[in-house]
Design a protein around this ligand. Sequence first.
Ligand code: AMP
Length: 398
Amino acid sequence: MQTISSYDFKGKRALIRVDFNVPLNDKFEITDDTRMRAALPTIKKIIEGGGSPIIMSHLGRPKNGPEEKFSLKPLVNHLSELLGGATVKIAPDCIGDEVKAMAEDVKPGEVLILENLRFYKEETAGDEEFAAKLAENGDCWVNDAFGTAHRAHASTAVIAKFFPNDKMFGYLIESEVESLDKVVKAPKRPLTAIMGGAKVSSKITIIENMLDKVDNLILGGGMKFTFAKAHGGKVGSSICEDDFLETALNIEKLAKEKGVNLYMASDVIAADAFSNDANTKILPIGEIPDGWMGLDAGPDAIEEFKKVIEKSGTILWNGPIGVFEMEAFAEGTRAVGEAVVEATKKGAFSLVGGGDSVAAVNQLGFADGVSYISTAGGALLEYLEGKTLPGVAAVRGE
Ligand code: AMP
C-alpha cells in the first residue's frame, strides 16, 4: 500500500478527496474553517513534493444539480491564504472536458478545486461512470475525508479502482485510523469506555461491540435512566426510553457474561426543571420523584468514575456525562474530563470522539490534555462498531 509520506508526487496531479463541508453564513463567509485546516498537512505535502493538488469535496446538500449557494467558490481565497498565498483556482464543474483541460494545465504547486461533487446525484449513488470521469482529472487518488469514509460514494471509495497502484490515505485519515486502532485493535489495558449522551437507542450497537473489547464500561448521560427504570427504579421526568428497557437489561447481562465491569451513576443531580436556574438536589438514581429529572451525575458517581478512569491504560470517551451545556449540570462532564487528562498525563492513550463530546471537551478546556480528538461522527461510530468503512477499505484494497 502506498503512503502519503513516501509517495513521489513530483509532476503528479493528486486528486484529494477532502471534507470541505464548512459552514457558511448568508454572506457566504466561512464561519468555521476547522475542516479546511485539517486537510492542510496533506495538501502542503503534495505541493512540497512537486505535485498539484486537485481538490474534490462536497458542500451542503444540493438537491437537483448545481445551486449557487452550494458552490465551493467562497473557499478559494481562504484556501489560498491558508496555503501562504498559493495559486488556487476553481473549476466550473467536477467532470467534463473543460475541467479535464484545466486539470491538465495546472502547474506544480498550484491548486485546483473541483466544483461541488454533490451537484451530481451519481456521487452519493457511487456511480462507476461518474467515478471514472472524476479519475480523469488526476494521476493518483488521496482519500483524506474521514467524515465520509463510511459512505461508498463515487469520490470516497468507487474511484479507487482507477488508481490500483496510486491510492493512499491523507494524513488526516491516517491519524484517525491509527488512533482508533489504538483503541479497537491493540489497547493498553485496562481499556475503559465512557459512554454518555442522551439515549441508549443511538449508542446500542457501539456499546454491544465495545463489550467484546473493554474492561470497564462507564455509562453516563441520559441513558442511565433507561437502565434504572428497567430495574424498577423511579426516574421522574428524566429522559428515558421505555422501548429499550429489555435492551438495557440485556446489556447488563452481556457485560456480566463477558467479564466487563459496568459502572453506572449511583446518584444524580436532579432538577425540578430543564433549566440552569432550576432547584436541584442529589438523589439516588432510582428514587427520583415525579416532576424532577436527573441532569448530571452525582458526587458518589463522579468519585467512582474518576477512580476507574485514573487507573486506565486506554480511554475512549463518547458523549457527555450530563447536560454540560448548562453550567449547573456540567460538573460530571468536567470531573470526568479532568480524570481523563490526569490519566493521559500518566501515560494512558485517550480518544474523545463524537460531535457532542468534542464540543464538551472544547467548551470545558480539555482539548490539549487528551491524546486524540476525532471530529468524525458517523464514520467514527461505525469504525468503533466494528464495521468496515468503504473509504478505508478502498484504499487498503480490501
Ligand atoms: P448524544 O448526541 O447522544 O451524545 O447526546 C448529547 C446530549 O446529551 C448533550 O446535548 C447533553 O446535554 C445530553 N444529555 C446528557 N445527559 C443528559 C441527561 N441526564 N438528560 C438529558 N440530556 C442529557
